[in-house]
Design a protein around this ligand. Sequence first.
Ligand SMILES: NC(=O)c1ccc[n+]([C@@H]2O[C@H](COP(=O)([O-])OP(=O)(O)OC[C@H]3O[C@@H](n4cnc5c(N)ncnc54)[C@H](OP(=O)(O)O)[C@@H]3O)[C@@H](O)[C@H]2O)c1
Length: 292
Amino acid sequence: MIIVTGANGKLGRAVVEQLLMRVPAEQIGVSVRDPNEAQELRERGVRVRRGDFDDAESLHHAFEGASQVLIVSTGIMGKDDIPHGIQQHQTAIDTAKKAGASRVVYTSHMGSSPTSHFAPMIHHATTEKLLDNSGIAFTSLRNGYYASMALMMIGGAIKTGELIAPEDGPVAWTAHSDLAEAAAAIISDQKWNGMTPNLTGPEAIDMEGIVTITSEVLGRIIRRIIVSDEEFRERMMSQGVPEASINMRVGMFLASRQGDFSQVDPALAHLIGRPPKSFREVLKESITHQQG
Ligand SMILES: NC(=O)c1ccc[n+]([C@@H]2O[C@H](COP(=O)([O-])OP(=O)(O)OC[C@H]3O[C@@H](n4cnc5c(N)ncnc54)[C@H](OP(=O)(O)O)[C@@H]3O)[C@@H](O)[C@H]2O)c1
């Protein structure tokens, strides 16, 4: 049975939908924190069990009979020596192994590196190390930066007409739906061992490009205003943004202007058999969704 964690979240649920087009529902199980939210999957024949990475017993039950486990990263940072999210991933990897799974597939990120300026990339690199040390076969999906994060960044600018942020660099923004399809193809076809190539959108665009496209699509001008990292920090602080969150945002700009997320790779297009969605398409879909 293929087990998908995080299946009440955006990526995990989209992977399950893609798997349902490839394998019978009885061969899919989801491990979710709230089974009620997955009732619709249960009605379609998917096994739904409660699984919380902070509760190993629940994971044992949720991973029972696993042939493969997709571990959707929790994105939880934590502040201790062993950050909370890493401990969660370790528990999930150990449990997958104990359940007899032949492979773990993990949602990592392009730019995963122990020396990244952007904290989540250090966490992904640490988890990849855990996978490497675990002795279980694994595939680490080097997912591109979600286009939905660019939508979040311009959300405020759409209201004010100004995107105020530090200097950045081009990012190969990638759609959740394309990444989900790629993950399902990799799981069902048993493709790839170890790190995948970067699974990216079709073009790398910086914030200037994002505001240009958004202005064109909306038919009104949004301006890109570059401020220093320090000024950005002060602005965020005056808006009451917690320091950890400010550090994370500044880290993202530092990493992007170093080019950590700029590579455009053909692997995603090959996996899904068509060009991945562009940022412009994701933006238009989001506007249509909001209007509808
Ligand atoms: N590629 C990128 O650009 C990018 C950007 C941001 C984040 N990410 C990473 O990609 C992951 C998936 O993205 P997404 O859009 O699907 O995010 P999402 O909708 O927030 O889903 C995250 C999932 O993690 C689950 N989770 C959190 N804590 C858990 C725990 N203790 N035990 C079990 N499951 C737990 C959540 O469960 P519930 O549904 O019960 O809350 C949720 O289903 C994120 O979690 C993050 O690590 C990637």
